[in-house]
Each structure stands twice: as C-alpha cells, then as structure tokens.
Design a protein around this ligand. Structure first.
Ligand code: PLP
Length: 406
C-alpha cells in the first residue's frame, strides 16, 4: 500500500517552511529532492569510505570502487537491459547526448545527412546536433507536435529518408508532460535501419522504463531528477552502437596503454569514462534507484497518475488558466499561463510567497515555446511525494495570482 506520508517523511527538506508557509515543492522537473538514504550514503561515502576508484589497491579504494561499480548493475536493472556493460556512467543527460554526438554521430556523418528531432526537445537534445549542423553541414529535420501536444510517431517515421542517420526524441516532454510512443518509433526506425536516441531525463522518474522492450539504441538518464545527486547519470548504449562509438573524452582510466606515439583503449564501457568520475554522486544515484525500486515503479506511477488526474481536473476548472498540452498520455507536468496576467516570473514569485516552488521561463525548450506561440510559462511538476492537498495549495495560490494580475 502506497503511503505518501511515509514517503514524505523520508525527504527532510519537505518538512521545512518557505516564506512562513509549508513548502510545496512542485519543481521536480528541474530537479527532485533527496531522501535521507541518499543524503546518508553521500555522508558515509565521504566520511568513511572515500578514495579514488579503479586506481588504488588499498582498502578504501577497493571499497569505493566496489560501491561505484555496483551502480552500473543497478542502472541496468532499473532500465531492464541484460548487461551492465551497456551502461556508461556520466554526469547526466547533457553529457550522455554530447558523447553520442561527438563519439558516435560525428565520425559517421557528413554534409547533407539528416537527424530527426521533435520540436519538444530540451536544449540538451538540440544543441549537440546543432554542433554537427555547424561543423559538418548535417541537416536537422523537425517534427512538430499537434495542438494537444501529441507527437505523431507516423510523422516521425515519414520524415525518414535514405539520408537519415539518427532519430533523437524525448520519452516525456519536460514542458507539456506528453509521453511519446518511443517503442513504436524504435520498431519502425529499426526496420528502416535508423538508430534511435531517447532522452529519458523526465520519463525514468515517473514510470517503469524497459529499454529492452522499447528497443532503443541510446537511452539517457540524469541522476538529480531521479532523487539522486546532481552530477550523476548514465546512458545505455546498445552493443552494436557501442562497438561503433569512438571515445569522446581522453584521459586516465579509459586507456589500456599509452606510449609516446600511440594509445590503446580500455574495453567498453570504461573506454567512454575518462578521468576521475563523480564517485560519490554515482554511489548516491545507486541508493536513489534502490529507494525507487523498493517503493516500486508501478506504485509510483499509479500514485502519480491519480495525482495527475486530480491536478488536471482542478487546473481545467480555472477557465482563465491556459494549460499547455492536453495529450491523453500527459504525465504529471503542467505548464501554464494566466489570461491577461503578468509574466510567468511574476506568477512564480507570488506562488513562492505562498511556499509553492514552480519553474518559470522557457524550460530549455525554446523551439517548442516558439511553436506554441508563448514567451514563457510557469511549470508545476509533480513527484512521488506530492499530494492532492498540495495541488489544492497550488490552486489557491493561482487564484490569488488571478485576483492580483488579471
Ligand atoms: N532532457 C530533458 C527532457 C530535461 O528535462 C533535462 C533537464 O531539465 C535535460 C535533458 C538535461 O538534463 P541535465 O541538465 O541533468 O543533463
């Protein structure tokens, strides 16, 4: 039985007051809060078990290495992929996608080759492809979303031509909350020989993700949105793609031999992990994944589905509030503007005075904002610890904004 109050008790920050009001943290899409087990694990890692990994033969280094390396298998289990060797540890999605851009795409692409993106991508899944456009003359082909915020997977597949080298799409929009049918995209793209990269930054925290079932070539996740530390993350790379990929960063740990005139590389995935990694961050991520898997991803998804339906009903009841994106697959992310009201920043400032933390701005998704014809929105994004009562506090605070600004 899902007990949200028990879960809340695990997250110390949630019991504090902000501006004299109980904190209502609805900025989870930007970064999620951390449970005690993660905070304690970070403390223990630094206080009692800290050393560099992979290098030393001494006891502390062995403990740190075992804990750090153990996270690879946890991520493989979390994403349901058969081998931990397909998991490259990194600092988050931004690094993961840049690695694919530099290490896999750039050596294989030339002027005129095409990459298909949806219009609702985060800048982390746009700018690395702009680099290839600028440097190599690669063409970015955009697939729009409809007025509900849905991405038609047939439209993505219809955009494929003999020059298409990659499809890169988000699993869940960080602005609209739309969940994309990535499995359908992967199945058809595979039939046409086109690899697919999926940005799982938003999805992996809300639902069970089965990368084997999806059939992705690349699947990127970021630790700080998964109740883990910032500076942690990973990318799944399918074995065929791993074999094709060149190292992105050079340095210690990713080599086998270095001489004056030559270098040979370590085996994958180490070949793609140069330098001292985010040791403690990664250990913390492993604990966060254990925490989520102990609660159960199905249970988290069910709780959030209930919360999402409740929030949707209450927000739709405000006829002066414009919620962006009404997809049937919408998850618990709501971006909105208020008719005739001040800028999203002013709305979020009023909400903050009521203890409600939301994000305001363009959400690192400028092409989508332009497509929707809005300058900036507020975004309330929910997590496993949010409650219906917190939705009510949000609604009261929005009504105050309407009274003040409209
Ligand atoms: N992709 C999406 C959909 C996101 O929401 C984010 C973060 O907001 C990112 C990528 C980038 O993640 P990070 O900054 O952790 O690398």
């Amino acid at each position: 039985m899902y007990d949200v109050q028990n879960i809340r008790a695990d997250f110390p920050i949630l019991s504090q007051q902000v501006n004299g009001k109980p904190l209502v943290y609805l900025d989870n899409g930007a970064s999620a809060q951390k449970p005690n087990v993660v905070i304690d694990a970070i403390n223990t890692a630094y206080a009692a078990e800290y050393a560099n990994v992979h290098r030393g033969l001494h006891t502390l280094s062995t403990i740190a290495t075992e804990k750090y390396e153990g996270v690879r298998a946890k991520i493989a289990r979390f994403l349901n992929v058969p081998s931990e060797d397909s998991i490259i540890l990194n600092s988050g999605t931004t690094e993961g996608i840049n690695m694919v851009s530099y290490g896999w795409a750039a050596p294989r692409m030339q002027a005129g080759d095409e990459i298909i993106l949806s219009i609702m991508e985060h800048h982390a899944n746009i700018v690395p492809w702009h680099f290839l456009r600028e440097r190599l003359g690669v063409v970015i082909k955009w697939v729009d979303v409809d007025s509900n915020g849905d991405l038609d997977s047939d439209a993505v597949l219809a955009a494929i031509t003999p020059k298409t080298k990659l499809i890169a799409v988000t699993h869940m929009s960080n602005v609209l909350g739309t969940v994309i049918d990535v499995k359908a995209i992967c199945a058809c793209a595979k039939a046409k020989g086109v690899p697919v990269l999926i940005d799982g930054s938003q999805s992996a925290v809300h639902m069970p993700v089965d990368v084997t079932d999806i059939g992705a070539d690349f699947y990127a996740i970021t630790g700080h949105k998964l109740y883990g530390p910032s500076g942690s993350g990973a990318i799944y790379v399918a074995p065929e793609r791993m074999a094709e990929m060149r190292p992105f960063l050079g340095g210690g740990d990713m080599i086998r031999d270095v001489t004056r005139n030559a270098v040979t590389y370590n085996d994958a995935p180490m070949k793609f992990e140069a330098g001292t990694p985010g040791i403690v961050q990664t250990i913390g991520l492993g604990v966060a994944l254990d925490y989520m898997m102990d609660v159960g991803m199905d249970a988290i998804a069910a709780h959030e589905a209930d919360l999402c339906a409740y929030a949707r009903g209450r927000l739709d009841g405000l006829n002066w509030l414009n919620v962006q994106g009404q997809s049937a697959t919408k998850g618990a992310i709501f971006s909105f503007t208020i008719d005739g009201a001040a800028h999203a920043h002013d709305i979020s400032t009023v909400l903050d005075k009521k203890g409600v933390a939301v994000r305001a701005g363009t959400h690192c998704a400028m092409p989508l904002m332009e497509h929707m014809g809005v300058g900036a929105t507020c975004r309330a994004s929910f997590a496993m610890y949010n409650t219906r009562e917190e939705v009510d506090v949000l609604i009261d605070a929005l009504e105050l904004c309407h009274d003040l600004f409209a």
